[in-house]
Design a protein around this ligand. Structure first.
Ligand code: D61
Ligand code: MG
Length: 393
């Protein structure tokens, strides 16, 4: 109900909220769907609407990696236990009956690891080609996470490597699943990685306040140390300008990934795969627009309205719609940037937006060329039809 109140000034979102509720298909009540629904914030519904050929594989891929992440995130598990477990997690998924009970009482997804035997049982029923992709990505992610338990995210290179491990690899694994299923042809794995980076970097910005409370931070030191000696100082009112500069720098860094993501999206052929990939991305760009130069990121957890999220989900039906949305958002950030007085790394943000706009215009142009040729073919056909009609008279 509060979602409706939030959108009271945005009637089109209320329309979307109601429509979404009415169209809500109840997925099969399987044990895995239940686990998916309780552990996934936004991915459950899109996974359930994927093509049946890969739906189960993607669902299990999600649950296995969420299980791994539940070990990584739990600060109550001692390092001596956590690091080796992260490194062998990819073997556990072949161990019938395996469950893990070492999570602390406040770990919200602990129940997933308590029922992990069910995930394993279903994993072992998947086609071997899908099992292979899932196990390989789990191995690489687990080892990457383990490396970062003792190492902090300091340089930009660390930041890119860490986000590669925890999200870029998801993009790569999904791309391999799409290809193995023949729903998609060969896609660019670097772009798949960057799609994951884009989602994770947005996530990391969002978690600033909660991560700091829990005594960790994934913002790269190389960036924040240009502004403060201790990231906790960002919350002090006198450091407002520094905080905003740092935030905008990282918003720009994420926005710079958008052209690669668009390029990947433009090559997708299956509608359910397109929708599945597009939804998290449009949520992320809407989130970045909201975060840009917004000091509340340092005060509380800031989220896009539920109504806006649902409106984006229902509207993003094809690539042309996605381009239009990105175009509008890029111009919106530029508009917001024009009204900011002060430097605050605005230049880097507007440059990133300009590149998004350029990519979209170039794509439009490319398509117009094909449109012209179809027009040309159409005139030849018309001429031939008229000729036949004329001759036959
Ligand atoms: C297309 C569609 C979905 C995509 C994609 C391409 C490329 C990458 C991703 C999804 C992954 C994006 C992750 C962004 C959100 N970040 C997290 O959930 C963090 O955990 C990362 C490690 C576990 C990743 C599990 C995952 C997520 C989404 C999936 C998937 C696996 C498998 C299939 C489909 C989608 C974050 O979690 C904190 C929390 O919210 O609990 C963290 O620990 O940093
Ligand atoms: Mg994590």
């Amino acid at each position: 109900m509060s979602a409706i109140y939030q959108s009271i000034l945005h009637p089109s979102e209320i329309y979307s909220l109601v429509k979404y509720k009415l169209l809500d298909e109840k997925p099969e009540k399987t044990r895995l769907n239940h686990l998916l629904n309780i552990t996934s914030r936004s991915f459950a519904r899109v996974i359930q609407s994927l093509d049946p050929e890969i739906r189960q594989a993607v669902c299990i891929f999600y649950l296995v990696l969420r299980g791994l992440d539940t070990v990584e995130d739990d600060m109550t598990i001692p390092k001596e236990e956590k690091i080796p477990l992260l490194r062998v997690f990819h073997e556990k998924i072949y161990e019938k009956g395996y469950c893990y009970y070492g999570n602390g009482p406040n770990e919200k997804d602990a129940v997933l690891l308590h029922s992990f035997d069910h995930v394993i049982e279903e994993f072992l029923k998947l086609k071997p080609k899908y099992q292979k992709v899932i196990a390989d990505i789990t191995k690489r992610m687990g080892n990457g996470m383990a490396d970062f338990i003792t190492k902090k995210v300091e340089t930009m290179q660390d930041y890119n490597l860490y986000t590669h491990y925890v999200a870029g690899l998801v993009g790569i694994g999904l791309t391999e699943l799409f290809k193995e299923s023949n729903l998609e042809k060969e896609l660019d794995l670097d772009q798949a990685n960057e799609m994951g980076l884009f989602l994770q970097k947005t996530n990391i910005l969002k978690d600033f306040v909660t991560d700091l409370e829990e005594g960790r931070l994934f913002w790269p030191k190389q960036v924040w140390e240009q502004y403060v000696n201790d990231p906790k100082d960002f919350v002090l009112p006198e450091n407002r300008e520094k905080a905003l500069s740092c935030l905008n720098d990282l918003v720009a860094d994420a926005l710079e990934l958008v052209p690669s993501c668009l390029s990947y999206m433009s090559k997708l052929e299956n509608k359910s795969v397109f929708h599945f990939c597009a939804i998290p991305q449009v949520m992320a760009i809407a989130t970045l627009v909201l975060f840009f130069n917004n000091y509340s990121v340092f005060e509380k957890s800031v989220k896009i309205r539920r109504g806006l999220a649902v409106k984006l989900i229902t509207e993003i039906t094809d690539f042309e719609k996605m381009k239009q949305l990105y175009y509008d958002y890029a111009l919106e950030i530029n508009e917001k940037a024009r009204n900011v007085d002060g430097e605050y790394n605005i230049g880097r943000v507007t440059e990133a937006c300009a590149n998004i706009v350029r990519w979209i215009r170039a794509d439009d142009q490319r398509k117009q060329v094909t449109r012209k040729t179809t027009g040309y073919v159409y005139y030849i056909l018309l001429f031939m039809v008229l000729a036949v009609v004329f001759i036959s008279q």
